[in-house]
Design a protein around this ligand. Structure first.
Ligand code: BES
Ligand code: ZN
Ligand code: ZN
Length: 494
């Protein structure tokens, strides 16, 4: 499905009513009174045009004002396009509420060619969240044959903060692109396919793509150990850099994404099989970092950005690695393989070590659907964030709360490091003896070694990268988690 259009338009009666649907936000005060976020004069003009009273209409429905609550009434007036007024509850107008209302409106016109003007968000802060959520609420993906192509809605919001609408458009577009990659099934989505998708998303003179495959991957021991399990057609290292003219002294952000195009678990096969079914989304980290770097020429931050997509399929075959193998990661660290299902950290370790050795990052951030354990404490709405830099964690957390890609700062518990010791290699790659549990913590401790002394952040998005339900801003499947967070954070760097 194509991305809906999103534009800013004057907040005048004629323009507002020139859409098929007009969404009117409302709040219910503690006194039970209803209030609208638009000017009384605009309320009066709408009422006069359609000869109705908005408060009376809402009273009929016994509205509660909960965020995303929707009531719809047909309207008509001579020479006016608008045929539906959609009342949408604004809750307490918190960032979550503004996203919830946006998503509810998006869902209302999903799959149609209707135009919708939203009169629900107006402040500089809210308008972007609301607009992004409207677009994302319409997301659909399928390969059904013989069906009429799903139609694409059009969204409008007021033009008081046109730059926020422009930023919303960029954010929604690149979350959408990331979702498309994650939803694509793995018989299509090989590492080589990831290369072609990367090339088509980065056709801008300020973006540069470098790909390593076959013999060029010599030294990338983790990527090869995992990816050589599949002839489909072997692993790929994809580097995309944004470094426009004059950017030499800007901070350099390097993003490393886990790009496992399918995770069977390898020889340590995933069981029960239900755990395997969702594993086409095990490249959600790579999709996110690609979305972020591809957006950079439009966002124009004062930062250089490099994305490393570590792409491989973790297959079960005669060339799969085995528990007890010892591999050599990029840079020379040796690792004893315990459980071939812990493949993500192996490909990421190569990427982190490569970045540390060659790219001199000021910030080194990896994004990965790394461990089921990350979801145990936090559920599916917060990603686990690991870093030693408390200020940076706080900053990212604040950006996450606003954009909707919410993260929680988790501890790197040093005492657990002994569980990564091996008698035959520098490290064991899964924390087995002693077993501390905390699988997301020990995975982060493993990765930390490869980031050297860099300002490193690890985002475990195993829970947030995929949604089990089709609700709110998220379709069932890939969410595009991380794109909004990182674009927003990078845009604020100097
Ligand atoms: N891709 C999985 C993690 C995952 C699980 C992502 C559920 C999304 C949803 C990863 O490669 C994996 O299998 N991790 C193992 C690690 C274990 C073997 C140490 C896990 O989480 O069980
Ligand atoms: Zn795995
Ligand atoms: Zn995996």
């Amino acid at each position: 499905m194509d991305i809906p259009t999103l534009d800013a338009r004057p907040l005048e009666l004629g323009t507002v009513l020139d859409s098929d649907c007009v969404a009117v936000g409302f709040s219910k005060l503690e006194s039970g009174e209803i209030s609208f976020p638009i000017s009384t004069s605009l309320v009066r003009k709408i009422e006069a045009k359609f000869q109705l009273n908005l408060i009376d209409e809402l009273s009929f429905f016994s509205a509660t004002g909960k965020a995303g609550e929707i009531f719809e009434i047909p309207v008509s007036a001579e020479g006016v396009r608008c045929q539906r007024l959609i009342f949408v509850g604004l809750g307490k107008q918190s960032p979550v509420d503004m996203r919830t209302t946006g998503a509810a409106l998006g869902r209302k016109v999903r799959g149609t060619s209707r135009s919708l003007y939203s009169l629900a968000a107006f402040s500089r802060g809210d308008i972007r969240l609301h607009a992004v959520a409207m677009v994302l609420g319409t997301y659909q993906w399928n390969l059904k044959s013989g069906q009429k192509k799903s139609e694409t809605p059009k969204f409008y919001v007021g033009d008081t903060h046109a730059s926020e609408v422009a930023r919303a458009k960029i954010m929604a577009t690149y979350v959408w692109r990331a979702r498309d990659l994650i939803h694509t099934p793995s018989n299509i989505k090989t590492p080589a396919w990831m290369v072609s998708q990367t090339k088509s998303l980065t056709k801008h003179p300020d973006l540069n793509v470098k790909v390593l495959s076959g013999k060029e991957l010599k030294g990338f021991g983790g990527l090869l150990a995992v990816g050589n399990s599949s002839p489909n057609p072997g692993p790929r290292f994809i580097q995309v850099s944004y470094a426009p003219k004059g950017s030499k002294n800007w901070p350099h952000v390097v993003l490393v994404g886990k790009g496992i195009t399918y995770d069977t678990g390898g020889v340590t096969l995933k069981r029960p099989v239900e755990h395997m079914v969702s594993m086409k989304s095990d490249m959600a980290g790579a999709a996110a970092v690609l979305g972020v770097v591809a957006a950079m020429p439009e966002v124009k931050p004062k930062a250089r950005v490099t994305a490393l997509l570590m792409c491989a399929e973790n297959a079960l075959s005669a060339t799969s690695q085995r528990p007890s193998d010892v591999i050599t990661q990029y840079g020379g660290t040796t690792v004893e393989i315990i459980n071939t299902d812990a493949e993500g950290r192996l490909v990421l370790a190569d990427g982190l070590a490569y970045a540390d050795m060659h790219l001199n990052p000021d910030y080194l951030i990896d994004v990965a659907t790394l461990t089921g354990a990350a979801t145990h404490g936090l559920g599916r709405q917060y990603a686990a964030l690991y870093t030693r830099n408390v200020a940076l964690a706080k900053d990212l957390q604040a950006h996450g709360e606003r954009t909707g890609d919410r993260v929680w700062h988790m501890p790197l518990i040093d005492d657990y490091k002994i569980a990564l010791e091996s008698s035959v290699a520098d490290f064991s790659h899964t924390a087995d003896k002693p077993k501390f549990s905390g699988g997301s913590v020990t995975a982060a401790l493993f990765l930390e070694h490869f980031a050297g002394q860099r300002n490193w952040v690890h985002l475990d998005i195993a829970g947030t990268g995929r949604s089990d339900t089709d609700a709110g801003e998220n379709p069932k499947g890939g969410t595009g988690f991380g794109v909004r967070l990182l674009i927003d954070w990078i845009a604020g760097l100097e």
